[in-house]
Design a protein around this ligand. Sequence first.
Ligand code: ZN
Length: 394
Amino acid sequence: MITHQEVNLLVSYTAREGVAVSFYLNTDGTERSKGVWNIEAKDLIKNARKELETLTINRRYVEAAENSLKKIQALVTAENLAPRYKSIAVFANEVENFFQIYHIPVAVKSSLVLDSNFYVRPLLALLEEHSRIGFVLVDSRSARLFEIYMGEIVEHHEFATKTKPHKKPILETFMKREKRLMQRKEEETRFHLSSTAEVLRMHFALRHFDKVIIGARKPLGEHLARLLNRRLHDNLMGVIEADIHEKENEILVKVLRVEKENELEEERKLLRRIAGEIEKDGYAVKGVRNVIEAAHEYNLQTLAVAQDFSQPGLVCPQCGMPHYEGGTCVCCGESLVEVTDVIYDLVEEAARQGAAVRHIRGENLITSLENIASIIKFKRGELIRIGETAETEI
Ligand SMILES: [Zn+2]
């Protein structure tokens, strides 16, 4: 599982020496056979070799980058992916001994980029679309923490807490002892829940998760929920019934169910917001033609697209910009080529521009939004009008 720290490292990375090689391969086992992505990888690597030869950099850097490419090729050839992984991402810079491989359970477009920074946009877009969920499992004495991300689950064993059993009191009357035991038990549970909330807060601050779900027997879960600090409480996705010894795969099923419900709710909110903006001629557009136009103006903020929606269109082979119609690219002037699914390229372009992309699964409203719609950053002409007003005031 890719951690928040690793993402930070990749984003802030700049090669002091050598070439940063970023490689993405779509290995989606359900749709593409190994033969297909093997050939795709070979082509990407071949093109990268050609590009390397044209670069005016130190010979040693070129050789090192060649080695990175060789390693990537070997990795792809040897790869036998579990079906739940749909992409491989590799970030390498041989000169600085950097080589990171990630298996991603979501499909990304294959690409290979040589630069002094790692090409992390596709990865970031993907990370943004998925919440990192902390699942805290408690009983009256112990607590466990799991991190769930893009369908994978790991336990944070360092989190596991257990309050010590109390010493047996001696020389007390039976009644008195019973009463004291009850009190002590209650105190211990209180202490345990408070300290669990404290440790959770720390893990949250360290970005081990950005949403939290509590699993416990009633009424412990609700108690713990009340003890969360405000920011954590704002990110509480739900409290569910669960046993402290629950198995990882059972937890995963439960958590994914809660996540799905939450996503549907968020989708509903987003679509209502878009519909509202469109109604008042505000900051949103709908339909393939308008959304593509907004992409041409680098104006996409949050793109909502129906999960299985596809439509033929045109794409620039040079810069990748999707087009609804026309013969040449509005950005670079290259002749356009026809594609069977321009939506795929549009989503890629939106991610490349830094827009958030939401694939809509459940909501009916997306149909009235022509299956694709987007929140936009600016309305055409509004900033020019501001400029004009300012000038006339002078
Ligand atoms: Zn172009």
